[in-house]
Design a protein around this ligand. Sequence first.
Ligand SMILES: Cc1cc2nc3c(=O)[nH]c(=O)nc-3n(C[C@H](O)[C@H](O)[C@H](O)COP(=O)(O)OP(=O)(O)OC[C@H]3O[C@@H](n4cnc5c(N)ncnc54)[C@H](O)[C@@H]3O)c2cc1C
Length: 400
Amino acid sequence: MRETSKPVVKKVAIIGAGPGGLATAIALRKQGIDAHVYDKAKEFRPVGAGVGLHPNGLRCLDAIKPGIVYILKRSGCQVDKVTLKTSTGETIRTNESTMMRKYGQATLTIWWWRLQQILASELPAEVIHLNHRCIDFEQNKNSVITQFENGKTVESDLLIGADGVNSTVREILIGDGQPRYLGSMSWRAVVNYQEELLPPNEVIVMNGEKTILFLLNLGEGDMYWGARKLLPDSTLSSTFAEAKSRVLREFTNWMEPVREMIAKTDPERILEGPICDRLPLKQWSYGRVTLLGDAAHPMAPSVGQGTNTTFEDAYELAECLYNFPDLQTALTNYEKRRIQRTEVIQTRSAEGEKRYYQPNQQTNQQSQQLFEEEEFQDWLYDYDPKSESRLKPWKETAVV
Ligand SMILES: Cc1cc2nc3c(=O)[nH]c(=O)nc-3n(C[C@H](O)[C@H](O)[C@H](O)COP(=O)(O)OP(=O)(O)OC[C@H]3O[C@@H](n4cnc5c(N)ncnc54)[C@H](O)[C@@H]3O)c2cc1C
């Protein structure tokens, strides 16, 4: 690596104003790069549900924008305990969270929309371009020209696809088709916080027959319920009302307060979706185009690392663009730092998703071991931008 005062690109177009695109724009602009973000959404709306931010992601975000974690903490909720219950409400066990003690940062739960708002507020309004759906791009030796559905085009030195699991940039760059359905459907919503269901600073995980439900406090008077069920069929409901009836039907034998909470949720606030990932890629960058976040490594939510690894990507990409002598070397080093790590986490997340739902105790224990194996946790959560040891690869070869 070299010490330089000049990044290898001047102008960057980022597709996607999700957590990845916004965090990357903040990091690049800090280095003096003219980074702009383009999103297909016509406006920022209160969408999404609950996101868990862990020490590795929070540390990277704080390195990108010192002080931002403090703002997120004021908006979200710190997790001190995780309680596992049955679908009828009996407590199986409560674990105190060891995140703060072991890794120096507590897990934070926050509404996805608030996270997006907080990140967006760190950028000048004129660099976020809504109503810009990327439909194509072409690159040559000197630049990339990106084309949007609204007829506009933008020329940049580098194009970053941070456009999520159904990434258009990835489709054009790699063309590996649709995401892989992992066999479970999910329904999620943000509702008013109810202390009788969820004590403050606690996460509740409830297990039923092929079903699982999460309750998270999101701060600012909101909480999240996320219900998942193993289902061979990933067909989506055709209306909001149908999705709500479906989740109530799938959770028929669950304890009444949970059913009541679902029944009281405005159907238009319930997000229905299949749990998907994609197989890991060996290469994310071609010429002047690269991928980041879910566009590069979408993963099942079982290890809670989608957003956290995305913040790691944002930090590392910005570092590489600043510290290496030319664009190709910078992108090669970005991949070297990121692909092996995210491949391991993608693989573990997919395995975890399959084992989540087994009611039998032994499998539950195996699944628990998968997440709680201390060495793996240390490798996962200790990721620290201030330490070179973060680049240490995980010992196992990933098998998907
Ligand atoms: C609306 C929404 C809500 C979410 N809610 C949650 C949640 O509650 N909990 C959770 O854990 N994860 C949630 N996620 C996923 C989570 O943000 C990601 O798993 C992770 O943070 C990686 O983020 P990302 O920025 O790479 O991708 P994403 O967060 O998926 O962001 C991708 C962005 O790209 C935009 N985009 C897509 N295609 C195009 C295109 N062709 N042109 C321009 N823009 C495009 C999308 O509008 C989106 O803003 C949500 C994602 C979205 C898009």
